[in-house]
Design a protein around this ligand. Structure first.
Ligand SMILES: C[S@@+](CC[C@H](N)C(=O)[O-])C[C@H]1O[C@@H](n2cnc3c(N)ncnc32)[C@H](O)[C@@H]1O
Ligand SMILES: O=[N+]([O-])c1ccc2c(c1)CN[C@@H](CO)C2
Length: 282
């Protein structure tokens, strides 16, 4: 009747917890950035002509969150960027320094290739154009390349996910993280711990913009690369945020229409959270 690795005295058996995290890490050795982009960032899931496509919904949530006036500062950090850039397209106009991060070298390389204008596995032009239209701008690529100052290794299961000195002592002014924590954690407890680890990267009163999967138990990170996911519901997301020292500002949910279920995962919905690191009470 104890949790998976709880002991009578409540002390968590770190060994079992670490095994779960190690198992996830080995799954990711086979992650294929090009396939992942193909599965999730091309039509129908990324169809800018469709009102009910997932990617335009995510971009609209991020655009509103970054531009409604309460988010500001110097440094924006994207947690678990993967091979994608969409998550900082609005933020790059609000912050003058953006750090991208990922666990895998193959993803960091994919991002570097785009930054150095050496092409990449996906053409981000339609994304840049879509967000420019939302913002009434004509140009974004140059700005994006100018503000992205580094692409760093990260492990959200470590109490200190980034290398020492990666962030200023005050922390980041804003964090964004999309489809990372639930996709890299062996269970809900690990998901909540990881949320606590990234909370510490944020300055007091800094904002977190979190996008994630609801009701998802697996996804394909490449042909035959089936990666387990912690199936979350809205209540669990809210509880984990609260347990990790965040104050919820807004939660929005997108439910996938049938034709967005294309066989690359069993996700049923997507959540968008805007939250704030608890006001420093002491
Ligand atoms: C589902 S992908 C999300 C990518 C991207 N943020 C997006 O919105 O599509 C999950 C990402 O988490 C990264 N990852 C895996 N293990 C991790 C860990 N322990 N800490 C941080 N990121 C990790 C993977 O390399 C992968 O890029
Ligand atoms: O539709 N989308 O925009 C989209 C983008 C990325 C991901 C999903 C859906 C669902 N699976 C997660 C991995 O757990 C990754």
């Amino acid at each position: 009747h104890y949790g998976a690795f709880e002991r009578p005295n409540g002390r968590m058996d770190m060994k079992v917890a670490e095994n779960g995290v190690a198992a996830m890490a080995s799954c990711y050795q086979k992650f294929d950035p090009a396939a992942y982009l193909q599965y999730n960032y091309t039509p129908p899931r990324a169809d800018f002509e469709r009102k009910d496509s997932i990617v335009p919904w995510k971009l609209a949530c991020l655009h509103r969150a970054f531009t409604e006036g309460d988010v500001s500062g110097e440094l924006l950090v994207d947690i678990g960027s993967g091979p994608t850039l969409y998550q900082v397209l609005s933020g790059c106009e609000v912050f003058n320094k953006v750090l991208l991060t990922d666990f895998l070298e193959v993803n960091r390389q994919e991002l570097k290739r785009w930054l150095q204008a050496e092409g990449g596995s996906l053409d981000w032009t339609p994304y840049l154009q879509h967000v420019c239209k939302l913002e009434g701008r004509r140009e974004k690529a140059a700005k994006l390349r100018q503000v992205i100052s580094d692409i760093l290794p990260i492990d959200v299961h470590r109490p200190q996910p980034l290398a020492p000195g990666a962030l200023p002592s005050a922390g980041a002014d804003c964090l964004v993280s999309c489809f990372c924590l639930e996709s890299v954690s062996p269970d809900l407890a690990a998901f909540t711990r990881a949320l606590g680890h990234i909370q510490k990267l944020l300055r007091p009163n800094g904002h977190l913009l979190l996008i994630g999967a609801l009701g998802e138990s697996y996804y394909f990170g490449g042909p035959g690369v089936k990666i387990p996911v912690v199936p979350l519901n809205e209540a669990q997301v809210c509880a984990s945020l609260q347990q990790s020292g965040f104050t919820l500002i807004r939660l929005e949910v997108y439910t996938l229409p049938e034709d967005m279920r294309v066989g690359v995962d069993d996700v049923t919905g997507v959540f968008f959270v805007k939250a704030r690191k608890d006001y420093g009470l002491a």
